[in-house]
Design a protein around this ligand. Structure first.
Ligand SMILES: [Cu+2]
Length: 124
């Protein structure tokens, strides 16, 4: 009788463990990048984002450049393009996506060609 109860308890515990053994969610890689201006050069800094394929990526963008609105986009990742105002209280936007393709992708401001660019590196 005691053995039967003990076996039942072990089986129940094993079943409970099996329910909890789900695949872990992809990690979220968080970044904050600020747009600054140095002697007329507009720069998102940091401008290099290194993640692994499958990661969820969240980049908070803050525009402090006095020249006005600037944009942010990652070539090859549609949906990452946003414009960010520089007005206090309205100068932050969040870009979020899944890094589902490995490689090197250009980060740039679609509004201003001479903007200092960056890179998204998605590792296999
Ligand atoms: Cu710009």
């Amino acid at each position: 009788m005691i053995n039967t109860i003990a076996v039942s308890f072990v089986l129940a515990a094993a079943a409970a463990g099996a329910v909890e053994a789900k695949a872990p969610a992809a990690p979220v890689r968080e970044f904050k990048s600020v747009n600054i201006e140095v002697k007329g050069n507009k720069i998102w800094t940091p401008a290099v984002f290194i993640v692994k394929k499958g990661d969820r990526v969240r980049i908070t963008l803050v525009n402090t450049a006095p020249s006005g609105v600037h944009a942010f986009a990652i070539e090859g990742y549609p949906g990452t393009a946003v414009s960010v105002d520089n007005k206090e209280g309205a100068n932050t936007k969040v870009v979020e996506f899944t890094a589902d393709a490995a490689g090197v992708f250009r980060v740039f401001c679609p509004m201003h060609a001479p903007h200092v660019g960056g890179q998204l590196l998605v590792l296999e």
